[in-house]
Design a binder for this molecule. Structure first.
Ligand code: ZN
Length: 571
């Protein structure tokens, strides 16, 4: 009896934890005052957050998470302290590989769709920490170049959710070693938070006598608001009306801004003057190119230097963080083109906003090095989504997959989207696509079919099948092969080949194919729909030797079955 009684007690004690639905609440609003003390590597924050119950059940308990190197100090509702238990929560969503989680018992149950406002306070340190990478076997020296977030006396740069939980998040545990689990958790978080608003008031005691010290934070639209207040205080206010796919990020350093040329703001570190000049000197051609395709860039963009020359670059909204240690004009050009597209073409749809910027990088490569250089450049993107698309191809009926129109997965809205824009351009031509892009207005982009309609009306062509396969649904990738080639001659000795291409995949595309013949080659394009075949006839000035389908401009699941040698013509 006694044992049973104990068990009963244990069960009731454990019940709330077991029933805890960590992703029941969405944080819809942040209003935080953040104090940074680089000498002590400290961050202290206080302010208000609003939690909305997005689950179907009433919720009495909420989990709030911050980086494991930060600690909860107070949580209040309606001016009264509420009960909470603070515990470590292992999750690779933070660079330390763990979170400080506050399990908060709310004064009243929050009904589905209802919200509650919490006053919160937390503080701690944010030192360089690559634990989550080192734990999965990445050598420390390499891990540091990727996991560079830190607050320190000489250099401070901290990225938000997915890197460092320096503002509260609410997520299930993410695991780096389990395939895509980490990215799934981060994508889910971003999707839930896309409409959240954030207001940050940042201040630092660093550099009391330092006139060059800059405190920067990222944001959508007019993103940089650097205010050097009194000589004793540096502050910045960042507001995000809607987070979208942006990762709130901050930086503090002795930045030199002398090489800025609006709308480009360059923040470079001492010793990197030549690298900053490379950006500055590359601006004019990049600006001209972007204006020709996407319209005049007007919104400010910022490129912010990183102290470690080997740091992996990071981009969020119209802020790019990349080391300016090297003088690489090719890289500077590509980076500028990307950011200037953001400046010219705001959009709340990640596949439009980022997809077009990556597409523009490839276009710029073509302008400088020809089509093959651009396709090689795009090819670097292909690997990013190839494996996950194989899963989507294997189960095309499943609602799984990542439709471009709604995805928050970077590999899709960056890499796959770049290809989709490239294919559209190959299908409708430069003029029609430019015309459609010029007509694009973020504020008019409410219907998911808006982009399709713009391009269709510019190109006077039905593209609904293409958008269905590539944008509205995730049907995986096509897989082309040459089903048959039949060379023949007319009575007047004019040579032809009849070509039949088959698409074994679940996404249709218009694909180029090249016929190699004695003395040259001819390239044509043909639409091959899902699980279908298409046949065409091509006149040749010589005898056909080989046919190759897809020059790499259509991302395909299998590129090994794309050519066929042609046997002698039948008489
Ligand atoms: Zn971008």
């Amino acid at each position: 009896m006694r044992l049973l009684g104990w068990l009963g007690l244990l069960c009731s004690l454990m019940a709330p934890a077991a029933a805890l639905n960590r992703e029941a609440f969405t944080i819809t609003r942040y209003d935080l005052e953040v104090r940074l003390e680089p000498q002590q590597q400290r961050l202290g924050a206080r302010g208000k957050i609003t939690l909305r119950n997005d689950s179907a059940q009433p919720q009495k308990v909420a989990a709030l998470q911050i980086s494991s190197s930060l600690n909860w100090r107070s949580i209040r509702v309606d001016g009264k302290a509420v009960q909470f238990v603070s515990q470590p929560y292992i999750s690779d969503i933070d660079h330390t590989g763990a979170l400080s989680e506050a399990i908060v018992t709310l004064p009243v149950e929050i009904k589905p769709k209802d919200s509650v406002e919490l006053e919160i306070g937390y503080e701690g340190v944010i030192p360089l920490d690559a634990t989550r990478l080192i734990r999965v076997g990445v050598p420390e020296e390499i891990a540091k170049h990727t996991s560079w977030d830190q607050i320190s006396a000489s250099f401070t740069a901290v990225r938000g959710a997915g890197y460092v939980a320096w503002y509260p998040i609410v997520t299930e545990s993410a695991d780096f070693s389990e395939g895509n689990s980490l990215f799934e958790v981060v994508d889910r978080w971003k999707k839930r938070e896309q409409d959240a608003s954030m207001k940050l008031s940042l201040g630092t005691d660093a550099g009391i006598d330092d006139a060059h010290l800059k405190l920067l934070c990222s944001g959508v639209g007019n993103n940089i608001d650097t205010r050097e207040g009194s000589a004793h205080f540096h502050g910045a206010v960042c507001e995000y009306e809607r987070l979208g796919s942006v990762t709130p990020t901050l930086a503090i350093a002795d930045y030199n801004q002398n090489q800025s040329k609006p709308p480009l703001y360059l923040f470079s570190l001492l010793g990197h003057e030549a690298g900053a000049a490379t950006y500055s000197n590359t601006l004019d051609p990049a600006m001209k190119f972007v204006t020709g395709w996407f319209g005049q860039p007007t919104a400010p963009i910022a490129i912010v230097d990183l102290a470690d020359p080997h740091s992996a670059p990071f981009e969020s909204g119209n802020l790019l963080m990349a080391s300016m240690a090297a003088e690489d004009s090719k890289l500077a050009g590509i980076n500028l083109v990307h950011e200037l597209v953001h400046s010219a073409l705001p959009s709340s749809r990640p596949w439009v906003y980022e997809g077009l910027a990556h597409f523009a990088e490839a276009l710029y490569r073509q302008e400088q090095g020809g089509r093959q250089a651009a396709l090689d450049f795009l090819g670097l993107h292909r690997a990013a989504f190839l494996d996950s698309e194989k899963e989507a191809s294997a189960a095309p009926q499943k609602s799984a997959g990542q439709p471009l129109a709604v995805t928050f997965d970077e590999t899709y809205y960056r890499s796959k989207a770049a290809y989709v824009w490239w294919m559209l351009r190959d299908m409708v031509g430069d003029d029609a696509l430019k015309q459609a892009i010029r007509k694009y207005r973020a504020e008019d982009d409410k219907d998911p079919k808006y982009v399709e309609q713009l391009i269709e009306s510019a190109a006077k062509r039905d593209l609904s099948w293409f958008f269905d396969d590539w944008v509205y649904q995730d049907r995986g990738l096509p897989d082309f092969h040459v089903q048959s080639v039949h060379p023949w001659k007319t009575e007047k000795e004019v040579q032809f080949v009849t070509v039949t291409l088959e698409n074994l995949g679940n996404a249709g595309a218009e694909v180029p194919f090249t016929i190699l013949f004695e003395g040259g080659e001819i390239t044509r394009r043909i639409e091959v729909r899902t699980k279908g075949t298409a046949t065409t006839r091509v006149e040749l000035p010589g005898t056909a030797k080989e046919i190759v389908v897809n020059d790499g401009s259509v991302p395909e699941s299998d590129l090994t079955n794309n050519s066929l040698k042609v046997s002698a013509p039948s008489e």
